[in-house]
Design a protein around this ligand. Structure first.
Ligand code: ADP
Length: 640
């Protein structure tokens, strides 16, 4: 079933018999350029657009990895309007569907969409039009946008497509995977496309692809083995990738105050200082967060920051209204969950994500016009607990979260290099895919630094790497003690305990027997004898939290999940690896007779004298010591 090339004239001179799809001398090349100008009003191709369009015109199966905002849609829209026939675009994101259908209609292209919200009478009309093709009265539908759910659930859609195919008018199926790894069950059913329509080419476009994803993607869509777009074999799936790093995106991680009010003020401050009246998106962890942040930010700014809310729980008509208000500039700061789709042409703020893929996707929505934009992650160690409970139950959720935390905690590695390392785990997406479009064939495996992210711009004096072996030993000892007593601690509890706060108390789980043979009640408090365990540690609250996460990432500490009917609580436990260190005596550890653990911390900025009035968020961290609100448990109210 591998679609074969029908182009025989254009082969690469260096590799006879192979096709270089990046060239511009195909029989259809002139027509492509004419349509680019006439229909899409664009002058030149970007990145690997031309190569993908050439391969699509050659009716090949294609996998195309291009950054968000890179211009993936043109690679299927342009071939769709050339010649005759219907192209089906399958996208999980309603926002993308709306936006593209609106934009295509504006330039006079016949296109329709079928989603859960399409009425039966509209659907009837669409099916009839699909079957009829071009008639005296109506133009042919060129693109039909559907969700994966629609394809997997609607027998009528499939039988209509079969009829269109029998009439020789089914051109291509395009699958836009936004979160490459989020293969939901409906996505898996897309395998039926190749079975039902073996001769219809499939083009899969995505912005995120890593080692695990490519084979999955090929398997799910039943695509043949990969062949490189610049020297493609005449059979197989043609693979294209464009540099994934966008030099106009400035990545930075900022420390988020632990208290919710101060966090809002910190964000508001940052927005007003850096992007007054500009557009931005704040991605939040849950629907509830998106609503709270929107409201509090509006209040904090006295209405200067015009916020809007966008998540899966917002009704469709309301979503459309927000889109319009956003485009008109009546709303300039959208507080959203990942449900806020693509097709958004600008954005300059962000918040926190559960995986690097997600983070890359979300930030990709910034600066689509090519202008400089900021992608800011407001992070503190405590967020890890919330994220952990949100990823509970996701396949690979915790390993992906660890990568995200590693990124957030990293004060040294260039953000671009960090992305490259993560995504280049794929054999087909080399590290240099972040730099060069022809990375596949000329991979050197290295990535140059971006020079514009926080870590590239950071002065060496602003961070300090400390030997924290002794502190780590104490932390692990305390965690082990709590466990041995049948207790449970969240990250925030543990951070307090090790610093000698909170009276040294921790809660125990009911049922078991304590040391003195006494039966335990649920929630009963026990006390840590800090002196017996080596004494407290003297790091600041922020540094302690950072160290705890560092120890989780090193595998000395681990998350332990406890699901209740309404929430998932995440506790911190000492892992088996901790024993390697804690079986040593404190004196031995102090004398350096153990593995060495190092951690890099930011050097605190010199303290400003406290202003009497109008306290600024950034000053408030010290005062927040006892004000923690988030102790690692969240309502699982859905995160999209
Ligand atoms: P993606 O789907 O990769 O996230 P889009 O296809 O939505 O990105 O394109 C992002 C933006 O880039 C859109 O505003 C689009 O009009 C613009 N664009 C796409 N291709 C070109 C091009 N060749 N020249 C100029 N602008 C382009």
């Amino acid at each position: 079933n591998l679609p074969k090339s029908t182009v025989t004239s254009t082969t690469t001179s260096a590799n006879p018999g192979l096709i270089d799809y990046q060239k511009s001398d195909f029989p259809f090349s002139d027509q492509i350029v004419q349509n680019l100008k006439k229909i899409f009003h664009l002058n030149t191709f970007r990145l690997c657009q031309e190569g993908v369009i050439n391969a699509a015109m050659d009716r090949r199966d294609i996998v195309c990895v291009m950054p968000t905002g890179g211009g993936k849609s043109l690679t299927y829209q342009l071939p769709a309007v050339m010649g005759n026939g219907l192209t089906v675009v399958i996208s999980p994101l309603l926002a993308l569907i709306w936006d593209q259908v609106r934009a295509l209609k504006e330039i006079g292209i016949e296109c329709v969409m079928m989603t859960g919200a399409t009425s039966t009478s509209e659907q009837n009309e669409i099916y009839e039009r699909m079957k009829a093709g071009a008639t005296r009265y109506q133009k042919e539908i060129r693109l039909c946008y559907v969700t994966p759910e629609k394809v997997s659930k609607s027998k009528r859609l499939i039988s209509t497509l079969e009829k269109v195919n029998e009439a020789g008018r089914l051109n291509e199926a395009h699958c836009c995977s936004q979160l490459g790894h989020d293969f939901r069950p409906d996505y898996k059913k897309l395998s039926m496309l190749k079975t039902l329509f073996p001769r219809v080419p499939i083009q899969a476009v995505t912005a995120t692809l890593s080692s695990k994803t490519l084979p999955d993607l090929l398997k799910i869509l039943r695509l043949g083995p990969i062949t490189d777009g610049s020297s493609a074999k005449t059979t197989g799936t043609v693979f294209f990738s464009a540099p994934l790093f966008r030099p106009n995106l400035h990545y930075k991680v900022l420390s988020k105050p632990s208290n919710a009010k101060s966090a809002i003020a910190a964000m508001g401050d940052w927005i007003q200082k850096n992007h007054q009246d500009q557009s931005g998106i704040i991605y939040c962890l849950s629907k509830k967060d998106a609503e709270t942040v929107a409201e509090e930010l509006r209040e904090w700014s006295g209405g200067n920051i015009k916020t809007g809310i966008y998540h899966a729980g917002v009704e469709d008509y309301e979503k459309e209204r927000i889109h319009v208000r956003w485009r008109e500039g009546k709303v300039n700061c959208i507080c959203a969950t990942i449900a806020f789709g693509l097709g958004i042409d600008k954005g300059d703020v962000r918040y926190m994500s559960k995986s690097l893929e997600g983070y890359y996707q979300e930030t990709g929505r910034a600066g689509r016009d090519g202008q400089d934009s900021d992608c800011v992650l407001f992070y503190r160690g405590q967020d890890a607990a919330r994220l952990s409970s949100l990823t509970y139950g996701d396949v690979d959720g915790s390993s992906k979260l660890q990568e995200m935390l590693r990124f957030a905690q990293d004060l040294k590695t260039c953000r671009k290099v960090a992305f490259a390392k993560y995504f280049s785990a794929s054999a087909h997406l080399s590290a240099s895919a972040w730099d060069a479009p022809d990375a596949l064939s000329s991979s050197t495996g290295t990535t140059s630094t971006c020079g514009i992210c926080d870590n590239c711009m950071r002065s060496p004096e602003s961070i300090i790497t400390k030997d924290v072996t002794v502190e780590s030993w104490k932390i692990m000892k305390i965690a082990q003690f709590v466990q041995s007593e049948g207790g449970r601690v969240t990250l925030a509890n543990l951070s307090d305990l090790v610093r000698g706060l909170g009276g040294g108390l921790f809660g125990v789980v009911g049922g078991g027997e304590g040391k003195k043979g006494k039966r335990r009640l649920n929630g009963e408090k026990e006390r840590v004898d800090l002196e017996a365990l080596g004494g407290k540690i003297t790091l600041s609250k922020d540094d302690t939290e950072a160290l705890l996460i560092h120890l989780v990432l090193l595998g000395y500490l681990a998350d332990s999940y406890h699901a209740t009917a309404y929430s998932v609580n995440v506790y911190i436990i000492a892992s088996d690896t901790a024993v390697r260190l804690t079986r040593l005596k404190l004196q031995d550890v102090e004398a350096g007779r153990s593995v060495k653990i190092e951690c890099t911390f930011p050097v605190p900025e010199p303290k400003r004298t406290k202003a009497k009035k109008g306290k600024r968020a950034s000053d408030s961290d010290e005062e927040d010591e006892e004000e923690d609100e988030d102790h690692g448990s969240v309502d699982n109210d859905g995160d999209t």
